[in-house]
Design a protein around this ligand. Sequence first.
Ligand code: GAL
Ligand code: ZN
Length: 676
Amino acid sequence: MKPDFKGLDMLHGCDYNPEQWLDMPEILEQDIACMKKANINCVSVGIFSWACLEPEEGVYRLGWLAEIVDRLYKNGIYTILGTPSGARPVWLAKKYPEVLRVAPDMTRNLMGARHNHCFTSPVYRRKVYEVNAMLAKTLGNHPGVILWHISNEYSGACFCPLCQAEFRIWLKNKYKSLENLNKAWWTAFWSHRYTDWSQIEAPVPKGEMDVHGLTLDWNRFVTDRTVDFMKNEIAALRENGSQLPVTTNLMEFHYSLNYFKFKDIIDIVSWDSYPMWHLPAGGDAAMGARTACCHDLMRSIKKDRPFLLMESTPSMTNWFPVSKLKKPGMHMLSSMQAIAHGADSVQYFQWRKSRGGSEKFHGAVVSHDCRDDTRVFKDVAEVGERLKKLGGLCGSLPQAKAAIFFDWENRWAIQETKGPRNAGMHYEKTVIAQYRAFWEMGLPVDFVDMESDLTGYSLIAAPMLYMYRSGVEKKLRAFVENGGVLVGSFFQGLVNETDLCFLGDAPHGLTDVYGLRVEEIDALYDEESNSMNWNGKEYALSLLCERVRPSAADTLAVYSRDFYAGEAVLCANSFGKGRAYYLAAGAEQDFYSDFFRYIAESLGLEKALSAQLPQGVSASRRIADKPVAIVQNFNAETAVVQLNSEMQDYESGEIYTAAIELAPYEVKFVKEYEKN
Ligand code: GAL
Ligand code: ZN
């Protein structure tokens, strides 16, 4: 689905903070002239402007902003309008200390930083509502405004008495009675039974961290609280006459919020991507795969429409341990990578480097030299030029037939449970490693969580689904029964949604589907490994080694070491019209790559490009009227992709008969060549 951005196709924009330069009109003038030169067609304004919008309580000054939005519009530059709740003015925090966040040690933060506010405080909600309402009334129907950018990177939790009281209400709604809650949380353990709702406190290091149902419910509550806060922000816009679409900028694998719960609240997903390119060892392929994974995860939150790349740096950040420049080619590649995975924009933090503050050395399109002839500026202008020609891809999606599970609640449960490896369970790493297999093949893939609809997929990977909730075992059973191929891996189907272990054989409810049960789980030290031989190749195993007892499943590989040498580690079972594989141990990247390739090829799944991709090269696709494959070289060397059929360059029209050659960090858009 194509979002309606007033006729704009691909967005090319940046965070713009004119409030820092209001006393330097020559800078603001230069900004607009340079933006045009850089092919910028939209800017995100006002995200941190509260102190300028409301310098004193109830005194609103929106004139400067309206003037800037006007001027931008007259110059063909559209505005994405921020709501300023991410950072409150000093006067607000001083007058109403309750708006400040309370930390897990139960002390209230002082004024300072951003994202330092309570999500419950009626005062904060009212103040945010009021300033948002003013923005909506003044600019919510301006022809130059295309989208609301509410707040900034919602994150974290507040532990104040107001939030804790809301938590208790949330629990009452969920459990109805304390008896139900005590059962669901297994509070008989260590005599932690609650006898009054008022006794329940948020999980904090100094207090209760051993009731895992409590920690899980707190995490769920924090997401719900944030969503509720967002609803208040959006209501202020809607109730004051603006029907513009709404987004908020997300942060890929951010721990504290289950982003899948945002899908019905925001109209468009957007996110901030800051990959650590050019790490000293190993090249950029691993980071390329990880970043692609984040793009696909973010896109999957709202599957029916593209997302926006809200922030990325045009050069470097200032917050990595070591902030490296993007090498020539990388800016284009990383920008086009977002497009390749379903973004309808490339946007940056930030337009102009600030003179002061903690981000003065963060990369920007315009640096302190105020020049428009720098390498970075030219790189940015080139991306804008290229985006102009890619408008035909707007609104299109990869249409994946494969999916990988990533479930935030499962992640919290794995992270917060005790054993079998408190030295790190590596759930995200395992998900990313399995994803990388798809990335290397150029096989389009979505992410799903346990609440997702699984219909339409042919292949589903379910790594480390420790928790089974929302009837996922029934969905997986139906999926396989109806002909789907499921690849489940270790640490699977052990607990329910409040982290209570299922009684009976594991994986819960799916032992007949997998044709096996898991009897014991051995954990390995980081320096230990086991191995298996599959299809004539030896693969290292790590993390966890489960001892499985196959019933109907065929054993495809066995452990080579330890007292369980010779026992099954990789199994396959035919069930209904489909097939379920079970991998009982953590495996090295090579195995995931080889194994998923074998499965995808045996299923005949369509890749973005019909070709064997060399190392460090990936391809993804967008299906507009016809599929377009975007071939990306993450190597610092030239790469050659041998083709199975003739392709044509989507941009230049050049015909590739046998191969596509990609310069270091080059990216090409290609489509099938149709001879007239
Ligand atoms: C983002 C944030 C921006 C800016 C940027 C710097 O996380 O939304 O406001 O701080 O990081 O990389
Ligand atoms: Zn609070």
